[in-house]
Design a protein around this ligand. Structure first.
Ligand SMILES: Nc1nc2c(ncn2[C@@H]2O[C@H](COP(=O)(O)OP(=O)(O)OP(=O)(O)O)[C@@H](O)[C@H]2O)c(=O)[nH]1
Ligand SMILES: O=C([O-])CC(=O)C(=O)O
Ligand SMILES: [Mn+2]
Length: 626
């Protein structure tokens, strides 16, 4: 018996895994117009990509086990020692395929102005001419998997369905963790539910008898979105956001366009329920750029007594105004694709506990005992490791053992503090929205927006230092409005306008309150001024007390700041002078930021909504007259 058979997955309240009852991988005998259209589309893609086999994925345990076992046999996954990490695997990507490739990511809307200046626009006909020959025969020698998935509970009022065809077993296994996969989704499609078409090929056809690579991919990469026809075509990469098309491609880029047309918002946000010492519950959504702390805040363990956080989502939230004038949110995903480095007992113990088993790790280091390791998991590195590229490693090697963008993929239901109702179809009503980024200077620990429009202005101005989550120079400051710069599927000026419009649908006294936070401010020696992680609960505490009207605030040119006495810093190493530095507002720097905002707004050639220009002028006025 294979090890994979011994270690069964724990009961998972998030999904019902159906039994594999019919011929393995064959198309289920469902009828209906929707099914006919799906079959025709699958046939068409197969005719183009020419796989050896087509496998319809049913999401069953048996199927998943067979897939993973096959990948181990082919050398594509390393099975971890089940004594330490049951049901878990390590994948090592090609060194050229370790992050999203934003330069190769396109929005192919009919009109260039619909994509806007922040996206790589390309004409649909032109890019189809470029990529069709690449997909022609691209799956030769491989299996083409047909993966029906739902974002949000199957059939839920905020949910949306997609189908990914892919020639990557790694992508299939990841989608099975990150979304709800199965025949119940096909039943929805058969019954006429609309669905998004997503096509993925690693772009590495095999000649008969040719030995496959451990991580097949292609130097040429194209991640192309067609918002007008609700399609995604991704070629050449097997990595996360490039290959799990349900995630950034569908649930953000395509969904943002659907949301624009239907009156809701698809956002790069974590989602939590915060419970105060009196037992009152509040819902908080927070938008931070990639690798800026969403997963960490989503799994927060407050260091202040009496407070509790329940996890609802760690990366994506879909927000919709309800009939009650509140803004309702769901997490459309079913798993976490989290950054490994920096995840440890002292920073995010919840994540460490979530990863006990049933996890796919990508590009972390391997221990001699068959478990995994990455920088920050423990204070001290093991004496001997195999690094993410498969080479021997010791602490003296002078390079990281795990890739800085190495990741874990694990089901949400495995998180020890997941909310019981995390997949409730109607979602939760939001009390607070946070915007944040990684800023060594200028941006205070927390500042409150005066109203919705000011909050939208704040969101449109988020900038952050670049991280390893995408290609580019780490540390360089870039503007990342709403943490959506790489993920908004349409013109960002229109997107800002859409945010203003959504605000008008909310009852003014029930709209979420908006705050900007920055856990990453440093002193002149480059030391973080704020301890972060579990102590971020202290900032949340202040925010919740603001929402309840229990504490006042100080008006500043950029928004409302806490009165120093109201921020609970009992028992942490934050001096009064640190606090001054955390909240210092340098007028000249902010005036320069305002100039940069103007420069940024001007790139949209007249499309920025007037209320945001008014906010900018008001900010300048306040700064000059402070
Ligand atoms: N100094 C400091 N670092 C933090 C804090 N929260 C998170 N980090 C670090 O920031 C990095 C990324 O954190 P994540 O929570 O994985 O970021 P994310 O926003 O979920 O990233 P994506 O999955 O790429 O969207 C990790 O190395 C964390 O250790 C904090 O409060 N303070
Ligand atoms: O999409 C990815 O590859 C990883 C991710 O979550 C991000 O970059 O925000
Ligand atoms: Mn994350």
């Amino acid at each position: 018996m294979a090890l994979a058979d011994i270690f069964t997955r724990p009961a998972d309240p998030g999904t019902v895994r159906p039994a594999a009852s019919r011929t393995f991988g064959s198309r289920p005998p469902l009828q209906g117009e929707g099914m006919t259209a799906l079959i025709a589309w699958v046939d068409q893609i197969a005719a183009l990509t020419k796989p050896d086999r087509v496998h319809w994925v049913d999401g069953s345990r048996a199927e998943n086990d067979a897939l993973l076992r096959g990948m181990v046999d082919e050398g594509k996954l390393i099975k971890l020692n089940p004594e330490w990490r049951p049901g878990s695997y390590l994948a090592r990507s090609h060194p050229s395929d370790v992050a999203r490739t934003e330069g190769r990511t396109y929005i192919a809307s009919e009109r260039a102005e619909d994509a806007g200046p922040t996206n790589n626009w390309i004409a649909p006909s032109e890019i189809r001419e470029t990529i069709t020959p690449l997909f022609d025969g691209s799956m030769r020698g491989r299996t083409m998997y047909v993966v029906p998935f739902s974002m949000g509970t199957v059939g839920g009022p905020l949910s949306h369905i997609g189908v990914q065809v892919t020639d990557s077993g790694y992508a299939v296994a990841s989608i099975e963790i990150m979304t709800r996969v199965g025949t119940d989704v096909l039943r929805e499609i058969a019954g006429g539910a609309p669905w998004v078409k997503t096509v993925h090929s690693v772009g590495a056809p095999l000649q008969p008898g040719e030995q496959d690579a451990a991580w097949p991919c292609n130097d040429e990469k194209y991640i192309v979105h067609f918002p007008d026809t609700l399609e995604v075509w991704s070629f050449g990469s097997g990595y996360g956001g490039n290959a799990i098309l349900a995630k950034k491609c569908f649930a953000l880029r395509i969904a943002s366009v659907i949301g624009r047309d239907e009156g809701w918002l698809a956002e790069h946000m974590l989602l939590i329920r915060v419970i105060d010492p009196a037992g009152r519950a509040y819902h908080v959504a927070a938008a931070f750029p990639s690798a800026c702390g969403k997963t960490n805040l989503a799994m927060l363990r407050p260091t202040i007594p009496g407070w509790r956080v329940e996890t609802l989502g760690d990366d994506i939230a879909w927000l919709r105004p309800g009939d009650d004038g509140r803004l309702w949110a769901i997490n459309p995903e079913a798993g976490f694709f989290g950054v490994a480095p920096g995840t440890g007992e002292s920073t995010n113990v919840t994540a460490v506990e979530t990863l006990w088993g049933n996890t796919i790790f990508t590009n972390v280091a391997l221990r001699p005992d068959g478990d995994v390791w990455w920088e920050g998991l423990t204070d001290e590195a093991p004496a001997e490791l195999v690094d993410w590229e498969g080479n021997p490693w010791t602490p003296a090697s002078g390079r990281p053992a795990a890739h800085p963008n190495s990741r874990f993929t694990v089901r949400a239901a495995q998180c020890p503090q997941i909310a019981d109702d995390w997949d409730a179809p109607q979602g939760v009503p939001l009390d607070v929205i946070l915007f944040g980024g990684r800023r060594a200077t200028n941006v205070p620990l927390v500042v409150e927006a005066t109203d919705w429009t000011h909050g939208v202005f704040m969101g449109s101005n988020i900038s952050s230092e670049r991280t390893a989550a995408a290609e580019g120079t780490v540390g360089e400051l870039r503007r990342d409005p709403f943490a959506m710069l790489p993920f908004c599927g349409y013109n960002m000026a229109d997107y800002f306008g859409h945010w203003l419009k959504v605000g008008q649908k909310l009852r003014f006294d029930r709209a979420p309150r908006v705050f900007q936070v920055n856990w990453f401010r440093k002193d002149s020696d480059g030391r973080f001024l704020w301890p972060g992680f579990g102590d971020n609960a202290r900032v949340i505490d202040w925010i919740i007390r603001r929402v309840d009207g229990e504490v006042g605030a100080v008006d500043s040119p950029i928004g409302r700041l806490p009165l120093t006495a109201d921020l609970d810093v009992d028992g942490i190493d934050v001096t009064p002078s640190d606090l001054d530095d955390l909240f210092a507002i340098d007028t000249d720097s902010w005036l320069r930021e305002a100039d940069l905002t103007e420069e940024f707004y001007r790139t949209f050639e007249g499309r920025i909504p007037a209320p945001l220009w008014a906010e900018l002028e008001a900010l300048r006025y306040r700064l000059k007259h402070a």
